[in-house]
Design a protein around this ligand. Structure first.
Ligand code: FAD
Ligand code: UQ1
Length: 437
């Protein structure tokens, strides 16, 4: 059977940038990408689509796989179903065994809409239930905002790892802004019901976001996890998670006991008139049940600095499907791609003992807080800010908004997807040097 020099599982942000870097370098038919979807999505656009700022459109939110993949590479239009790392092959849904010298796993994170009782039915049937986390349901978000008359607008954050941890609240800020424009804001109670104990995981930005929420009368309800949606009654049921410091939950007066729950958690019922759901997410099933999985989390078990698999030296990972302990974003993918390019180059030359441990955890989240303002969070593994620009990025800025809405799509399609953009470290270091002088 034919053996590819490089096989990449998943043709999303991470898979496509790696494929296009190596397709031109390794030549015809040496790189294969296993990807079941015929469309490549630019998911960060979904926030803008949901907010009614951009339209779902070719060239903006998506392009055909055949347009984005270098002609030297082979697109295997199929789904990976089993990893056989001892045999250096991947099995696909159609029964094909794809052999490789080196493997990059870039399958993204799995969204589990079916893990919330009644959610899929509500997304299919209730126009006021929407989610920017799905190419289909994102087109419901803006109509739901426009159709909102009065009552509760609820935005959820699940009790699992997620991609783009800021996205579930960005759409809340856009909704607030839009309802204000429509002169309906006084008729709305807007709330962010999050499983986390805080509004955002990084202190510096959490402090600014708290100010924004308070000044705009957005309710923050922490340690609430969506478990059921009853769209006929327009009710959302949340379980109260124990606060990190106390073993039992602190339940509100409206709580009712939920006996089915093995943890004996209490739950609360909220009426909704608009419900934006960030679905529970997990490691892709195919990784979780394979030998490549981190036994604790189910994500691909790689060294967080080199992105090489901890057990199989010819296997690497990038992006949301890995157990790299940073916030999962396309910005992180871009920075990881620099480390991975260098290490795959060495690996392909047989220098597996010389791999660099250079990924620093860089990730970024443009927190769009209105139709012309953005807080550009950038931070490392430990949540220390790693800001690119010589201004305080904790402050809401129009420049950062334009960066997100106008510049970033160009950087993504012309830079990241084509294998050129490897993150802003060059600019950050240059700016820092200039500031010192
Ligand atoms: P993906 O790009 O999701 O690609 C995974 C690919 O694997 C997909 O093409 C999928 O079809 C494929 N796949 C899945 N299963 C299989 C299988 N069995 N076999 C083969 N292929 C498979 N990031 C930012 O940096 N900035 C932002 O502002 C931002 N905003 C976001 C807003 C929203 C609403 C969302 C949903 C995400 C946002 N992100 C943002 C996150 C960003 O989109 C992801 O972190 C990024 O796409 C991760 O890249 P990836 O390659 O790991 O996964
Ligand atoms: C980034 O590199 C990136 O990936 C292409 C994103 O995803 C779309 C981002 O949202 C951000 C903010 C970055 C970081 C880039 C700069 C210029 C700060």
């Amino acid at each position: 059977a034919y053996t590819y020099k490089l096989v990449i599982v998943g043709g999303g942000s991470g898979g496509m940038t790696m494929a296009n870097k190596f397709a031109s370098k390794l030549g015809k038919n040496q790189v294969a990408v296993i990807e079941p979807s015929h469309v490549h999505y630019y998911q960060p656009y979904f926030t803008l689509v949901g907010g009614g700022i951009k339209k779902l459109c070719h060239g903006g939110s998506h392009k055909e796989m055949s347009e984005v993949l270098d002609k030297n590479a082979i697109w295997i239009h199929d789904k990976a179903v089993e990893f056989q790392p001892e045999a250096n092959q991947v099995l696909t849904a159609s029964g094909r065994a794809v052999s490789y010298d080196f493997l990059v796993v870039a399958m993204g994170i799995q969204t589990n809409f079916d893990a919330v009782d009644g959610l899929l039915e509500a997304l299919e049937q209730d126009p006021q239930v929407c989610s920017n986390y799905h190419a289909k349901y994102v087109s419901k978000t803006y109509p739901a905002i426009r159709n909102f008359e009065k009552g509760n607008a609820i935005f959820t954050f699940p009790n699992t790892p997620v991609k783009c941890a800021g996205a579930p609240q960005k759409i809340m800020y856009l909704t607030d802004w839009r309802l204000t424009q429509m002169k309906k804001r006084h008729l709305a109670t807007i709330m962010y019901n999050t499983s986390l104990p805080v509004v955002f995981g990084v202190k510096k930005y959490a402090a600014e976001l708290t100010k924004v929420m308070q000044s705009r009368h957005l309710e923050l309800n922490t340690r609430l996890n969506l478990i059921r949606v009853d769209h006929r009654r327009r009710e959302a049921v949340f379980e109260h998670l124990p606060s990190p410091s106390s073993p039992s939950s602190s339940s509100s007066s409206s709580s009712s006991s939920n006996d089915d729950n093995q943890h004996q958690l209490t739950s609360s019922v909220f009426k909704y008139d608009l419900l934006h759901v960030c679905p529970p997410q997990s490691a892709p099933e195919v990784i979780r049940r394979s030998r490549l999985a981190d036994p604790l989390t189910g994500f691909l078990q790689v060294d967080k600095y080199s992105l090489q698999h901890v057990k199989y030296g010819n296997v690497f990972g990038i992006g949301d499907c890995t157990n790299v302990p940073t916030s999962k974003t396309a910005a992180a993918v871009a920075s990881q791609s620099k480390t991975l390019r260098k290490n795959l180059d060495l690996a392909l030359k047989g220098k597996l003992d010389k791999l660099g441990k250079t990924y620093d955890g860089y990730t970024s989240c443009p927190l769009v807080i209105g139709y012309d303002k953005c807080i550009l969070a950038e931070f490392d593994f430990d949540g220390n800010p790693m800001e690119t620009f010589p201004v305080d990025q904790g402050q809401p800025r129009t420049s950062m908004y334009l960066m997100k809405s106008e510049l970033m799509p160009v950087i993504y399609w012309q830079g990241l997807v084509k294998g050129y953009w490897e993150g802003p470290s060059f600019f950050r270091n240059t700016m820092k040097a200039l500031r010192l002088k």
